[in-house]
Design a protein around this ligand. Structure first.
Ligand code: ZN
Length: 590
C-alpha cells in the first residue's frame, strides 16, 4: 500500500465580505459572511439532470432556487455566471436507448427539450451554460489522466478508479470516514484496491457508446463530469456549488476528492444544498416564514433520500402539472419554503400557494382600474442602491420601506425566500389599505400625491418580486380547456344569478352566493364593468356545482321557482343535466 498523500490546499485570497449577506455552507455547517474568489463576481455550479426520462417537479427545486439566488446576487451588484450540467451519457440512458431502439443521443435530445420547456414555464431563465458531458470528453479525460499521473487514481483492466485512501480530506463534506464506506460492490469490486474507490472511467461493454482514451475505449463515470465541467467553465476554485441534499454523498464528496487532489486548491467556497421535495398525501400548510430553520443542517443524506420525490413515487407528469396549475404558482410554491427545508408536495398545497398569488393579481387589476396603467409595465430598480425609497413623512412609504428592509434582511439570511415572501404579503396589504383609505377607486383621481404614493409603493413591490422571478409578465389563467372552461362558464352563471337576485332585491340568494364561494377559495370582485372572479383549485368545479344544487334546493323550498328553474335551464344550456335522486341531486356533463 502506498503512503497517504497529504493534501495541502492552496486557498485563494477571497474578497472582502459582503456587508450583510450570509450563506450557509454545508462544509463548515454554519452561515458564513459571503466572500468571492474574484471581487464583484460570483460563479455558481449546479448539478443538473441525467436526461434519461421526462423531468418531475423534484428536478425543478434546484433550478428555481438557484435562479432566485442568482437574481438576488445580481441585485446585490455581482456579476454572476451560472452553470448547470447535463449528464447525457449514463447507464440509464443506454438502457432507455436500447429499450426504445433509438440512440442515446436521441433519448438525451428528447429529454433536454422537456427539461428546457419546464425551466421556461417556471421562469428559470438565468442559466448561462448547459455543458453536456459528451461535449466535454477531452476535458474529462485530461482530468483523469492528471489524477493517474499524480498517483490518486489507477487503471484496472480498462477501468480507472480514484483511490480514496490517498485523499486525506475524503469525507469532510458528508462527515464520514473511509471505513464507513461500502463503495460500489458487485462485479467491479475485484478490480478495485479499496472498497470505497470509485470509477472515473469505465471500459466499454459491447454495443455501448464509447470514446477513445489512454485506457482504451470507454466512457466517464458520473462524478468526474462535474469536476471537469466546472473547471472548464468556472475555474479550479469557484464560489458556490449547489445541488440537492441527496448529492452530498457520494457525488459531491467525490467531486471534492477529484478536484482538490488534482489542483491542490479548494474546489468551492460555499457548498449550498437544497432540501428535497417529499410527497405528502395530506393537504396542509407547507413552509412559511423561517419554518424549520436549521433543521435540514442535521438531516443526513440518507434521511433526506428516504422520502424524497422521485419518479417511482408517482411524481411524474410535470408538464401536466404545469398545464393545470401554471408555472408561476409552482415557482411561488417552491419559494415559500426556505431552500434548505424539505418541501412537502401535494397539489392542494400548490393551489393554496396559488390563492396567495391571486391576491397580488387582484392588486394589479386594482391599479389598472385606478390609473389605467399596467403593473407589468412598471420599471423597477434593478439594484439594491437604486431601490432606496425616500419616504419623508409619508406613512405609506415609510411602511413600504420597512417591508423592503425586512425582505432584504430575510434574503441576506441565507436566501430565506419564505421569510421574504411574508413581507410581500405585508406590502400588498399596505398598498391595498392605502387605496381604501385614500378612496382611490371611482373618484377619478389622477396626478394626486395619493396616486404617486400608490405608484411608488408598487414600484417597490415590483423591485422585490423581480428578485424572486415573479410577475415578470401577466400569466394566462390556467385551466383553459375541459374542466377549467366549464368552471368559467359555471362561475359566470353564479355571477349572473347573484346580479339578478340583487336586482330583484332577493338578498337571501345574493348573500348565499357570496358566502358560498368563499370556502371554495373563490373571490368575487364587483367593479364598474361587472363582477370578476378569481381563485379556485382543482376541486372548484365540483364545489361550485354543489353550491348551485344547494341554491336550487333552497329556492324550491322557499317556492322561488323563478330562481330554481333559471339554475336548471342555464345549466342545461351548458350541457349539464341535474338528476334528482333519493340520495340527493347529481350532475352530469354531456
Ligand atoms: Zn455534479
Amino acid at each position: 500500500m502506498s503512503t497517504m498523500t497529504e493534501t495541502k490546499l492552496q486557498a485563494p485570497a477571497l474578497s472582502e465580505p459582503h456587508p450583510t449577506l450570509h450563506v450557509y455552507n454545508t462544509l463548515s455547517k454554519k452561515k458564513e459572511p459571503f466572500r468571492t474568489v474574484e471581487p464583484g463576481k460570483v460563479s455558481i455550479y449546479l448539478c443538473g439532470p441525467t436526461v434519461y426520462d421526462k423531468a418531475h417537479i423534484g428536478h425543478m427545486v434546484g433550478p428555481v432556487i438557484f435562479d432566485c439566488i442568482k437574481r438576488y446576487l445580481r441585485y446585490c451588484g455581482y456579476e454572476v455566471t451560472w452553470v448547470v450540467n447535463i449528464t447525457d451519457v449514463d447507464d440509464k440512458l443506454i438502457k432507455k436507448a436500447n429499450e426504445r431502439g433509438i440512440t442515446m443521443l436521441e433519448v438525451a435530445e428528447e429529454n433536454i427539450a422537456d427539461y428546457n420547456f419546464n425551466l421556461q414555464a417556471l421562469g428559470v431563465d438565468t442559466i448561462d451554460h448547459f455543458p453536456r458531458a459528451t461535449d466535454c470528453m477531452d476535458e474529462i479525460i485530461e482530468l483523469i489522466d492528471s489524477l493517474v499521473e499524480q498517483g490518486f487514481a489507477y487503471e484496472s483492466q480498462g477501468d480507472v478508479y480514484f483511490e480514496v485512501s490517498k485523499d486525506r480530506g475524503y469525507g469532510k463534506l458528508s462527515n464520514r470516514n473511509v471505513e464507513q464506506m461500502q463503495g460500489e460492490g458487485g462485479e467491479t469490486a475485484v478490480l478495485k484496491r479499496g472498497p470505497a474507490d470509485f470509477a472515473l472511467w469505465k471500459t466499454a461493454k459491447p454495443g455501448e457508446p464509447s470514446w477513445e482514451s489512454p485506457w482504451g475505449k470507454g466512457r466517464p463515470g458520473w462524478h468526474i463530469e462535474c469536476s471537469a465541467m466546472s473547471r472548464k467553465l468556472l475555474g479550479e476554485t469557484f464560489d458556490i456549488h449547489g445541488g440537492g441534499l441527496d448529492l452530498v454523498f457520494p457525488h459531491h464528496e467525490n467531486e471534492i476528492a477529484q478536484s482538490e487532489c488534482c489542483h491542490s486548491k479548494p474546489m468551492v467556497t460555499y457548498w449550498a444544498h437544497n432540501g428535497l421535495l417529499r410527497a405528502s398525501s395530506a393537504a396542509g400548510k407547507v413552509g412559511g416564514r423561517g419554518e424549520r430553520e436549521g433543521e435540514v443542517a442535521s438531516a443526513t443524506g440518507e434521511e433526506a433520500v428516504s422520502g424524497k420525490m422521485s419518479r417511482s413515487k408517482g411524481a411524474g407528469g410535470l408538464a401536466q402539472l404545469i398545464e393545470r396549475q401554471g408555472g408561476e404558482r409552482i415557482r411561488f410554491f417552491l419559494l415559500r419554503t426556505h431552500y434548505r427545508s424539505t418541501v412537502l408536495f401535494n397539489e392542494p398545497a400548490i393551489e393554496e400557494a396559488g390563492s396567495g398569488l391571486d391576491g397580488f393579481y387582484r392588486l394589479f387589476k386594482r391599479y389598472a382600474r385606478i390609473t389605467g396603467k399596467d403593473f407589468y409595465e412598471l420599471v423597477a430598480p434593478l439594484t439594491r442602491e437604486e431601490g432606496e425609497i425616500n419616504a419623508d413623512s409619508n406613512p405609506v412609504l415609510a411602511a413600504a420601506t420597512n417591508c423592503r428592509k425586512k425582505f432584504l434582511t430575510a434574503m441576506d439570511d441565507d436566501f430565506n425566500t419564505g421569510g421574504a415572501i411574508g413581507e410581500l404579503f405585508e406590502l400588498a396589504k399596505i398598498i391595498n389599505k392605502h387605496c381604501d383609505d385614500s378612496q382611490l377607486e371611482g373618484t377619478g383621481q389622477q396626478d394626486t400625491p395619493a396616486i404617486a404614493t400608490l405608484e411608488r409603493s408598487l414600484i417597490t413591490l415590483k423591485e422585490l418580486t423581480s428578485i424572486l422571478g415573479l410577475f415578470g409578465s401577466a400569466v394566462a389563467k390556467p385551466q383553459t380547456e375541459g374542466e377549467g372552461a366549464l368552471l368559467g362558464e359555471v362561475m359566470q352563471l353564479v355571477i349572473d344569478l347573484r346580479a339578478e337576485s340583487r336586482a330583484k332585491k332577493n338578498f337571501a340568494t345574493a348573500d348565499a352566493i357570496r358566502d358560498g364561494v368563499g370556502p371554495i377559495g373563490i373571490v368575487l370582485e364587483d367593479r364598474a364593468g361587472g363582477t370578476e372572479w378569481s381563485g379556485g383549485g382543482a376541486d372548484a368545479l365540483e364545489a361550485v356545482m354543489r353550491l348551485l344544487i344547494e341554491l336550487r334546493q333552497t329556492a324550491r323550498a322557499t317556492k322561488d321557482f323563478a330562481t330554481s328553474d333559471a339554475i336548471r335551464d342555464r345549466l342545461a344550456a351548458l350541457g349539464v343535466t341535474l338528476e334528482d335522486r333519493a340520495g340527493g341531486t347529481e350532475w352530469t356533463k354531456a
